[in-house]
Design a protein around this ligand. Structure first.
Ligand SMILES: *Cc1c(COP(=O)(O)O)cnc(C)c1O
Length: 479
């Protein structure tokens, strides 16, 4: 038994799901009785044009991206190699969508159950320029700010050429963009800000990898290191930006612009499935497994996916066992009013991109009716996922990226007695050959070779953690 931690927050310690999280057990909570998607959107306080406007902004900036990062968007690609199937001009920041049959076979074997349907991977580890899902949200907010600065000074903010002009760059130098991050958001915001000519400060939590800080300093970004966690880094960033002139703080705890950028992934995914002749409809449902930190990335992607695919898509948020911040926030209904330390967890994890103890103020309250499930995963399983993808698909990613890899198997059979065996009807999606299971790989392309080799070696050695007795997952289905 874990002793009850000191906490000022009211928690229902009889809730078996909270108990399971507090026990650090791999926990899955599926929600078969969500309101239908249309009803959820009707009451949602989100601007319905948000996703399309963000997509148009990325389209407007495509020529600028192609010119600013020629090595990332090579000329010879008619339809870019980054994202086959996406109708685009050069300079669209997008990632490939690929089936993963070899990984599926390997995981069937290791997890002791056949997953019906097909396993797919979304390769956000390959997103151009910053190599993680943060390219979607982070770039969008920087671009929106750049347009606002250009417009304020009477420059043509709709013309991509503006942002390469000496006039804009001279102006941008007098503006500063500030952000707090565990690493990847700082990398995305810092690289893009610096490339546009903005001054940039990135406040890094203790989880941030050294190479991410070094890379930012190479770009001339001011990196401020903190000994505390993500919340401390964000708080310090916010304080530094407050009251400062010509300074924009990117608030990962509460940003609509980040959210809008993430949501665009859904429009592109629809094109990619269609280009491959793959249906997503009532007879071919899609389940998406999203690694979750503060909730902004998976929240924005989920918003977009539900907007596009409605009741035919089901989104599951996946977090490390020691940092299930969104899971806890939604389960208790307290959202950012509760932190994982309130149930005795540490918030510390090898999945540095997911090392967040307290969820977003914005995502849970707004997006919760769209989320079909939550899952927590032990670090060893996350790390082992890196080994499995290397061995079966030749794909090397950072540990945070693989959090969702084993979750499709969680709905198949409860492996122990601690949870009631749910009926098949309690699972929110069909468990048959028609269902697509899409695991979102969220980061990895920029990891330096030596560090990547260490992740792979460790992951290969940990593969026995998959399906091991000590990791028997607990499955809960219900409201
Ligand atoms: C940030 C991040 C996530 C999750 O995004 P949040 O907005 O923090 O929920 C997932 N994977 C990686 C690699 C990340 O960097």
């Amino acid at each position: 038994m874990t002793s009850q931690p000191k906490s000022t927050v009211e928690i229902d310690h009889d809730d078996p799901i909270i108990r399971s999280l507090a026990d650090r057990a791999p926990t899955t909570w599926l929600r078969p009785n969500l309101p239908d998607t249309e009803a959820a959107f009707r009451t949602m306080a989100v601007d319905p044009a948000l996703m399309d406007r963000a997509a148009q902004r990325f389209d407007r900036f495509a020529p600028w991206f192609a010119a600013a990062f020629p090595q990332e968007f090579p000329k010879e690609f008619p339809e870019t190699a980054q994202a086959p199937g996406v109708q685009q001009s050069r300079g669209i920041v997008e990632s490939p969508l690929v089936p993963a049959d070899a990984a599926q076979i390997e995981l069937n074997d290791r997890l002791g159950a056949e997953l019906p349907g097909r396993l797919w991977l979304k390769r956000d580890d390959q997103l151009p320029v910053s190599g993680s899902i943060k390219a979607r949200g982070g770039f969008h907010e920087v671009l929106e700010y750049a347009e606002a600065v250009a417009a304020e000074h009477g420059l043509d903010h709709n013309d991509p050429a503006t942002y390469s002009s000496d006039e804009f760059r001279a102006l941008a130098r007098t503006y500063r963009i500030v952000v707090g991050s565990t690493g990847n958001l700082g990398l995305s915001i810092g690289i893009l800000s610096a490339t546009l000519g903005f001054a940039a400060s990135v406040h890094m939590s203790a989880d941030a990898r050294e190479w991410k800080k070094a890379k930012l300093r190479d770009h001339g970004v001011d990196v401020v290191e903190h000994e505390g966690d993500f919340v401390e880094a964000v708080t310090a960033g916010r304080a530094a930006a407050e009251g400062a002139e010509r300074t924009h703080f990117v608030d990962d705890e509460d940003s609509t612009s980040l959210f809008a950028g993430y949501s665009v992934a859904a429009l592109r995914l629809k094109e990619q499935f269609a280009a491959g002749g793959e249906e997503v409809d009532a007879d071919h449902q899609l389940v998406v497994y999203l690694p979750c930190g503060i909730g902004g990335g998976p929240g924005g992607v989920t918003y977009g996916l539900k907007w596009i695919f409605g009741d035919n898509v089901h989104c599951v948020f996946v977090e490390p066992s020691e940092a299930p911040a969104m899971f806890l926030g939604v389960r208790t209904g307290l959202h950012s009013g509760i932190a994982v330390q309130d149930i005795g967890l540490s918030g510390a994890t090898a999945a540095d991109g997911l090392a967040v103890a307290r969820p977003s103020r914005f995502i849970g309250p707004v997006i919760s009716p769209l989320i079909s499930g939550f899952a927590s995963v032990p670090d060893d399983v996350i790390k082992a996922g890196v080994g499995v993808l290397h061995q079966t698909e030749g794909i090397d990613v950072e540990p945070s990226a693989t959090a969702g890899l084993t979750i499709p198997w969680r709905a198949l059979e409860p492996a122990n007695d601690s949870s009631e065996k749910p009926s098949v009807e309690a699972i929110p999606w069909p468990l048959d050959a028609s269902t697509k299971h899409l695991v979102w790989l969220t980061g990895g392309a920029m990891v330096p070779t030596d560090e990547r080799d260490r992740y792979v070696t460790e992951g290969l050695n940990l593969r026995s953690a998959l399906g091991a007795e000590s990791e028997a997952p607990r499955l809960f289905c219900g409201p």
